[in-house]
Design a protein around this ligand. Structure first.
Ligand SMILES: [Fe+2]
Ligand SMILES: [Fe+2]
Length: 265
């Protein structure tokens, strides 16, 4: 079984690229399931109803994970309950709406568990321990399926690698999101769990993490605030294809994927 994993989708350009490229990539790599991080889908920050149109369709994205920007679009606080395929980090306080994990139906009717987690190193949104949250979710998921995907939305590679080893042999893959830069460390850990610290993003190639270069540079060089506009052209999709044994739930291989999306005139 093969699964397509996609990094942070940034803005309208990123959404359009996902809707067009993901069906092609799924066919090309024979992927029966797709998980994408959607925390920057709405104008670069947050997620909303409009963004999910066209995205949560058969053959496009099956499950959307999120991160520290989950509540940037205020309306989504009231809307998330109507989207069982959109996960907020499982280690946010339990009073917050939405689910942090779920069990979804993949190819051949097989159950696939997906957990969304948020890191605590250099991340400002307050959250509970992601390691314990993962253990709690797995106590519910593992009696039902051995195929489990974990999006650890975090800044520090140390925290992400630690999560990989914490979950090694218990989940299929731990993949990171949030930095918008893919890491070249895709690997299979000793007990069969795949790990990649960051998948990257679906955002503009000529940008700073998907935002226009000039205002971000101005902030760094002068310290003065300026609006960070999202670049909607020259989009590059980044992610990975995971191959797994559906019986054991262990990973067989993981391969980085990068694809440029042609601009529409
Ligand atoms: Fe992001
Ligand atoms: Fe983030």
């Amino acid at each position: 079984m093969k699964i397509l994993l996609i990094g942070d989708i940034v803005g309208k350009g990123g959404r359009r690229a996902v809707c067009d490229l993901v069906p092609q990539l799924r066919r090309e790599f024979d992927c029966g399931f797709c998980v994408a991080n959607g925390e920057n889908m709405a104008g670069g920050g947050g997620i909303n109803r409009k963004c999910l149109e066209g995205m949560l369709k058969p053959g496009v994205v099956d499950v959307v994970t999120t991160g520290d920007h989950i509540w940037d679009q205020k309306d989504f606080v009231g809307e998330i309950a109507s989207y069982p395929n959109v996960l907020r980090p499982a280690n946010l306080p339990k009073e917050q709406p939405g689910n942090g994990w779920g069990i979804f139906t993949g190819p051949d009717g097989r159950s696939i568990g997906v957990i969304s987690l948020l890191g605590r190193v250099f991340i400002h949104l307050q959250s509970d321990c992601p390691f314990r949250a993962a253990d709690r979710a797995l106590a519910e998921i593992l009696p039902k399926t051995k195929i489990v995907l974990v999006d650890f939305h975090a800044e520090a590679t140390s925290e992400k690698i630690a999560m990989g080893h914490h979950l090694d042999g218990r989940v299929t893959m731990v993949f990171g999101t949030h930095t918008h830069v893919p890491t070249a460390d895709e690997q299979i850990l000793p007990k069969g769990t795949a790990l990649q610290c960051d998948l990257g993003m679906v955002g503009a190639r000529d940008s700073i993490l998907g935002r226009a270069i000039a205002p971000v540079l101005k902030r760094f060089t002068t310290g003065m605030p300026s609006p960070f506009t999202v670049v909607e052209t020259g989009i590059r999709l980044q992610g990975a294809v995971l191959e797994l044994d559906p019986v054991t739930g262990r990973a067989k291989s993981v391969q980085r994927v990068m694809r440029d999306y042609p601009d529409l005139d």
